[in-house]
Write a protein that binds this ligand. Structure first.
Ligand SMILES: [Zn+2]
Length: 248
């Protein structure tokens, strides 16, 4: 496959970069990325990945747009209230880049959604149980897993490049039997641009993994938006982890 004239114009700012170029753009065009959850994280992730020319984007979410979403879920308009998020998102992303094939599922993680072959799965959910299901699926399939969350002024993100490293997974860092956090966006609030920052970084991680230079397997990045500070924490494989087997 080589790029056509339209693609040369659309992706010209990638093509100028020596570490993306035509070869890298083709990798992006050949990728299939699943975004789970189309809320405050899923909106920026999907916008940037559609704009970047990821060939196939699958999006899933069972919710409809609510007026209280509009403070942070930047894909949706006031007139979208009451409509399925994936329906509105598919229309908006298709208008941004008609070349991207978008599959929209009006449900959360299901066997039907997980049955497809993905290059990377991006976790934009707001619950720990879903994160662990996706972590285990990606580890078993040997595909990339990029996860983020935010609450209040704080966000965190972590990526696992299981295609190149199958030891050290989310369960090594946060045990899947640990209790669901009591605080979430619905009861504690969240600042929209903090979600935007985390979502943009998830999209950046996806591009780095697809281009073959992701070097932060299992490294947690935390952002305190109120103090304006970052913290990076290197993860460690847990001996006998029931998902990845841990360090050996
Ligand atoms: Zn593990």
């Amino acid at each position: 496959m080589s790029l056509n004239d339209r693609q040369f114009i659309r992706y010209s700012r990638h093509l100028l970069m020596h570490d993306i170029g035509e070869e890298g753009q083709e990798k992006l065009l050949n990728a299939h990325v699943l975004i789970v959850g189309m809320g405050g994280l899923g909106c920026p992730v999907s916008l940037y990945l559609a704009a970047a020319g990821i060939g196939q984007l699958s999006i899933c979410d069972g919710d409809t747009v609510d007026a209280s979403n509009l403070q942070r879920q930047v894909l949706y308009k006031t007139e979208d209230c009451g409509q399925l998020k994936v329906k509105c998102a598919k229309a908006a992303l298709g208008a941004l880049n008609p070349e991207v094939q978008i599959m929209a599922y009006p449900e959360m993680i299901s066997a039907r959604v997980l049955a497809k072959d993905y290059s990377i799965i991006v976790d934009c959910t707001d619950n720990l149980a879903a994160r662990h299901v996706l972590n285990e699926h990606c580890q078993q399939q040997g595909i990339g897993f990029v996860s983020a969350s935010a609450i209040g002024w704080e966000g965190q993100l972590i990526g696992f490049d299981f295609a190149h490293n199958n030891r050290l997974c989310l369960n090594c860092i946060i045990d899947r039997d640990s209790a669901e956090p009591i605080m979430n966006c619905a009861n504690a609030g969240v600042v929209g641009p903090v979600l935007g920052a985390m979502g943009s970084l998830q999209a950046t991680m996806v591009m780095r993994m697809l281009l073959g230079f992701f070097g932060q397997h299992g490294e947690m990045q935390r952002y305190d938006g109120k103090a304006g500070r970052w913290l990076n924490l290197r993860g460690q494989a847990k001996d006998g982890c029931c998902v990845c087997g841990g360090s050996e």
